[in-house]
Design a protein. Structure first.
Length: 260
């Protein structure tokens, strides 16, 4: 399986080399969100204190949005017949999907590195220990893998590339913005607040803020509740649950596509 995965990772990265706009999309879009929220909305939400609060949310949002690369990539390979060709070869089913997931993770890592540099440039700092920072980035990485497998499910379930793009945006935007990635979930009304508090995006962003030592702006309500008190554990647990569901579902969809 590892050999199959490595071969497909190399193939997918060669595609990025030949189509450099893929790399530009992975880096420019997150930077646009950083500057938009940091300077357009940041002046209203608390200036420099909001910029430090913002970065963990931007990191989390980016790994969610990066799932679109996996969704569209698998849908495109299916439409072009690449998946059918790979299926005829003596290689594992898991290797075909994990190759796409791994290459997209490497592409996302480049984007994350660019965002870290951008965050440092606008005043974001890590006040926790080096170990805490490593754990925070580990949580982001684990959540990125989980989101990539969600993207794999979307891509394999979509009948064509256009549908894959639509399916991706249908779940990415609500999941990202109905959370505390950019605001305090405590400020939302009724059921929306409950959904936002239990959203894995909220847990990942909150866990990273706690580990980075980034406090919320004074004007933001203090986060309370079980998730806020156990953000690290919930972030890790929810990522593992997503993987436990999406990996077998994606394999089932891969097998089903052979019978279309």
């Amino acid at each position: 399986m590892f050999t199959d995965t490595a071969v497909l990772v190399e193939r997918n990265l060669l595609t990025v080399k030949r189509i450099p706009t893929l790399l530009i999309s992975a880096t420019i879009q997150p930077l646009m969100f950083v500057f938009l929220f940091a300077y357009v909305f940041g002046a209203t939400f608390g200036g420099s204190s909001y910029r430090e609060f913002l970065m963990a949310g931007i990191f989390t949002q980016t790994v969610v949005f990066n799932a679109a690369f996996t969704t569209v990539g698998l849908a495109n390979d299916t439409s072009d017949g690449i998946i059918d060709r790979l299926r005829s070869l003596p290689m594992t089913r898991l290797g075909v999907i994990s190759g796409r997931v791994t290459s997209d993770m490497l592409l996302g890592a480049v984007g994350l590195a660019v965002m870290v540099a951008c965050g440092l440039a606008i005043g974001w700092r890590i006040y926790g220990s080096a170990a805490d920072a490593a754990i925070a980035f580990g949580i982001i990485g684990l959540f990125a893998i989980a989101m990539a497998w969600v993207g794999a499910v979307s891509g394999l379930a979509a009948p064509n590339v256009e549908a894959a793009q639509s399916i991706g945006f249908l779940w990415m935007f609500p999941v990202t913005f109905l959370s505390s990635a950019f605001i305090s979930a405590q400020s939302l009304p009724g059921p929306l607040r409950t959904i936002a508090e239990w959203n894995p995006v909220t847990a990942v962003a909150t866990a990273c803020r706690q580990l980075f030592g980034n406090e919320a702006p004074p004007m933001f309500p203090t986060a309370t509740g079980w998730v806020a008190d156990h953000a690290v554990g919930y972030a890790v647990g929810s990522s593992l649950v997503i993987l436990a569901v999406c990996v077998p579902v994606s394999l089932a969809l891969y097998r089903r596509s052979a019978n279309r």
